[in-house]
Design a protein around this ligand. Structure first.
Ligand SMILES: Cc1cc2nc3c(=O)[nH]c(=O)nc-3n(C[C@H](O)[C@H](O)[C@H](O)COP(=O)(O)OP(=O)(O)OC[C@H]3O[C@@H](n4cnc5c(N)ncnc54)[C@H](O)[C@@H]3O)c2cc1C
Length: 363
C-alpha cells in the first residue's frame, strides 16, 4: 500500500479530490493535510469585502470533498518537509511519511517585509484569516468612520481598495499606495480604465513606497498617512518551510517543476499552483493556472502510482482577467482586448459562483 500525501487544499488539489471521488486509486492510501477546513475562493473576496456575498457563499468545505473521495483529511499546517526521508512535519509535531507527495499550499506573504506590519496590519494571505478579520473590521466600520490604506496596487490591491470603498460607502478615506504604475503587469488601456474608476470612486492613489506601518499611520519615507486599517496586498512569497526540504527551488524559494508537475529534483514529489516555477514554461501566478493544472495533477498522481506515462501540463498563453470594481461591475481583459461595466461584473460573478458551486459551497 503506497501513501499519497496531498499538502494544501489549493485549487489544483480540489480537482484531485473530485477525480478520486469519481475513481479511487487502487493500492494507495490518500491523506490530505490542509491548514483550513474551508477554502475561501479568492476571486470572490472582493465581493465578500463589498458585502455582495457572504463568507459561506465563497467558501468550499474541504472535509466533505475528502470524505467523498475516501481521502483521510488531517487539519494541520505543514511546517517542514524532508524530501530525502519522504516525510512532512505538521505544526502540532505530527510527522507523516509518504511515497508520493503533491504540494498545493499557495503563496505566502512575508510578514517581516514591512516593519511594524506584523503587529498592526491585515495581510491578504492566508485568505481564510483575512476573510475572518475583514468581518470584524466591517463590524467596527458600522460604529465609526475608518480610514483604510491598501498597500500594493496589483490586481488584488486594486480590487480590495474598490471593494472597501463600496463597503464603507462614503464614510472614511480609502487610499491605495502604489510604488509603480497601478496594475503594472496589465496593458496600458486596462491601467487607464482602473485609474478612472479609482478616481470616480474617490479612492486616493498615493504614489510611493510604504516603508513602515505604525499603529495609526502608514509611513512612506518622510510622509505619514493617518490610517485605522492598513491592508497589505503586496508580496507573493514562497513558503519558508520548504527552504531546508532538499527540493529543487529557484532563487526566491519557489518549487521548480517540469512539464509533468514533478519536482526538478524528486520524481515522487508533485507541485501545482502559485508555489511552483516552471523550468520550461514560466507562467504568471494566478488562480486560473492553478485550476487548469488540477486535472493534469490528478491524472499524473494516478499514473505515477499505477505506472504509466505522465501527461504534460501546457499552460494557456493568455488568460481572461476580470477585475471587480466593487460596485457589481468589472474590467475584463484578454490578450490586449478590454471592456468594462455591469455585463463584465455579471460575467465574473457567474464564473466565480459556478466554480464554488462545482465543489459545493459551505452552505
Ligand atoms: C484578493 C485576491 C483576489 C484574487 N482574485 C483572483 C481572480 O479573480 N482570479 C485569479 O485567477 N486569481 C486571483 N487571485 C490570485 C489567486 O488567489 C491565487 O493565484 C491562487 O489562490 C493560487 O492558488 P493555489 O492553488 O496555488 O493556492 P491557494 O488557493 O492559496 O490554496 C492553498 C491552500 O493551502 C492551504 N495551506 C497553505 N499553507 C499550508 C501549509 N503550510 N500546510 C497545509 N496547508 C496549507 C491553505 O489553507 C489553502 O487552502 C486573487 C488573489 C487575491 C489575494
Amino acid at each position: 500500500m503506497k501513501r499519497v500525501l496531498l499538502v494544501g487544499a489549493g485549487h489544483a488539489q480540489l480537482a484531485v479530490l473530485t477525480a478520486l471521488a469519481r475513481r479511487r486509486l487502487p493500492g494507495a492510501e490518500v491523506v490530505l493535510v490542509s491548514a483550513s477546513e474551508r477554502q475561501v475562493y479568492s476571486g470572490m473576496v472582493p465581493g465578500l469585502i463589498a458585502g455582495r456575498c457572504s463568507l459561506d457563499d465563497c467558501s468550499i468545505a474541504i472535509a466533505p470533498l475528502a470524505a467523498a473521495a475516501a481521502v483521510r483529511f488531517v487539519r494541520g499546517r505543514a511546517v517542514a518537509l524532508d524530501a530525502a526521508a519522504q516525510a512532512v512535519t505538521l505544526a502540532d509535531g505530527q510527522c507523516i511519511e509518504y511515497d508520493v507527495l503533491a504540494l498545493n499550499t499557495g503563496p505566502t506573504q512575508d510578514r517581516e517585509r514591512l516593519p511594524g506590519a506584523r503587529d498592526s496590519a491585515l495581510f491578504v494571505r492566508p485568505i481564510e484569516d483575512f476573510a475572518a478579520l475583514w468581518q470584524r473590521t466591517r463590524a467596527l466600520a458600522e460604529e465609526r468612520a475608518l480610514d483604510v490604506v491598501v498597500i500594493g496596487s496589483g490586481a488584488a490591491g486594486v480590487e480590495i481598495a474598490l471593494a472597501v470603498r463600496h463597503a464603507l460607502d462614503s464614510r472614511g478615506e480609502v487610499t491605495l499606495v502604489s510604488d509603480g504604475p497601478v496594475l503594472a503587469s496589465y496593458p496600458l488601456r486596462v491601467q487607464q480604465r482602473a485609474l478612472k474608476v479609482l478616481k470616480r470612486r474617490a479612492v486616493l492613489v498615493l504614489p510611493g513606497r510604504c516603508t513602515a506601518i505604525e499603529p495609526s499611520h502608514v509611513v512612506l519615507g518622510t510622509l505619514r498617512v493617518a490610517c485605522d486599517v492598513p491592508i497589505v496586498a503586496i508580496g507573493s512569497d514562497p513558503p519558508a518551510w520548504l527552504a531546508g526540504s532538499g527540493l529543487a527551488l529557484d532563487a526566491a524559494g519557489f518549487v521548480r517543476v517540469g512539464a509533468t508537475l514533478q519536482s526538478a529534483s524528486h520524481a515522487n514529489v508533485f507541485a501545482a499552483g502559485d508555489l511552483i516555477v516552471r523550468d520550461d514554461l514560466p507562467h504568471p501566478r494566478s488562480g486560473v493556472y492553478a485550476v487548469r493544472a488540477g486535472p493534469v495533477l490528478a491524472t499524473n498522481l494516478r499514473r505515477f502510482v499505477a505506472g504509466g506515462v505522465l501527461q504534460a501540463y501546457v499552460p494557456q498563453r493568455h488568460s481572461l482577467n476580470l477585475l471587480a470594481t466593487g460596485d457589481g461591475r468589472a474590467i475584463a481583459s484578454w490578450n490586449g482586448w478590454s471592456a468594462q461595466g455591469w455585463l463584465m461584473g455579471w460575467w465574473k460573478d457567474h464564473i466565480d459562483r459556478a466554480f464554488v458551486a462545482r465543489y459545493g459551497s459551505k452552505k
